[in-house]
Write a protein that binds this ligand. Structure first.
Ligand code: ADP
Length: 302
């Protein structure tokens, strides 16, 4: 299929999913992703990110609305939509008993990848898999397996790549290595990437634009920098017994004010009885000349 100028690569229009039992996981979301863009769905657990990816990858049937990949409707043209896309989910997708190379060869054959041998060499090199390619996948670390899964997804040269929580469960060093690889992939601009994450820094590092999902809805959509400006530049999370407190969950937790301080001067609002005789009791925080006058008075009492 030829690309039509101006047509979004991913076009989501009032898409909704209510699961049997009544959970409204996605409540009529709309967004468009341009060709070559890296777009993020950011939100806490339960926000509806995986359900959205599930519908876009044709694994979950929407209850309402529609979505198109490169012009193909995911509900009425699911095979065409799948042929131009690839997905890396949170579940392991490679055969642990086989070597990395064998996994790639089987996938290339199943997807009819053109010039499979050359393509396997390309993705293997790009993802630094050369040294481990002939080892069984069962012996790979979590990060190595994730790299293999992304490399495998790219074998068919997909126009749209879906990455569902690509770094979940990885230790910080491996996570940053993988982010560099995904960033490099994005910089090529050949593939449109739609990823989900619940890490703001990950979205900031990789994505041109981000949709913040909360309870099945899009609570904000913009560049990560613009969202951060709007939400404040500090994240304050208060926990008791390991659980967030105070009610607000998800995006509300990101709405910390600019440079807000969490500590409070004990004398600022409640001049306690023990401080009555203190020269600054009951006063607001004093600075500059007023403070110097206090200091002078303390050093030279009349
Ligand atoms: P996220 O990926 O943001 O963590 P999900 O899309 O997995 O969110 O889940 C959104 C909501 O849908 C949650 O309340 C979840 O419990 C519910 N949900 C997800 N999958 C199913 C399912 N198969 N059946 C019923 N409810 C589901």
């Amino acid at each position: 299929m030829t690309k039509q100028v101006g047509q979004p690569e991913v076009d989501v229009d009032r898409l909704a999913k209510t699961y049997p039992g009544g959970t409204e996981a996605v409540r009529g979301i709309s967004f468009k992703v341009r060709a070559g863009e890296v777009f993020g769905l950011l939100g806490p657990n339960g926000a509806g990110k995986s359900t959205t990816i599930g519908m876009l990858t044709t694994a979950i049937i929407p209850t309402a609305g529609r979505a198109r990949l490169a012009g193909f409707d995911v509900t009425t043209q699911p095979i065409a939509a799948r042929l131009i896309s690839a997905t890396v989910t949170q579940d392991p997708a490679v055969d642990r008993a086989l070597t990395g190379r064998r996994n790639l060869q089987i996938h290339a054959r199943l997807w009819g990848a053109r010039a499979a041998g050359t393509r396997i060499s390309q993705v293997t090199e790009a993802f630094g898999l050369g040294d481990i390619l002939d080892r069984p996948v069962g012996s790979y670390s979590g990060g190595q397996r994730r790299r293999l899964e992304i490399a495998r997804a790219l074998l068919s040269r997909p126009r749209v790549l879906f990455l569902d929580e690509p770094t979940v469960g990885l230790d910080p060093r491996i996570r940053h290595e993988l982010l560099d690889l995904i960033g490099g992939l994005a910089a090529c601009g050949d593939t449109t990437v739609l990823l989900t994450t619940h890490y703001l820094d990950e979205a900031e590092r990789l994505c041109g634009r981000v949709a913040i999902m909360h309870k099945g809805r899009i609570a904000g959509l913009d560049s990560p920098q613009a969202l951060r400006r709007r939400l404040g530049d500090q994240i304050i999370e208060v926990r008791a017994d390991g659980r967030p407190i105070g009610g607000p969950r998800g995006p509300a937790r990101l709405r910390a004010g600019r440079r807000r301080r969490v500590h409070r001067r004990p004398d600022r609002h409640r001049p306690g009885p023990g401080r009555r005789g203190h020269p600054r009791a009951g006063r607001r925080h004093r600075s500059g000349p007023a403070r110097r006058a206090d200091q002078h008075q303390a050093a030279h009492p009349r």
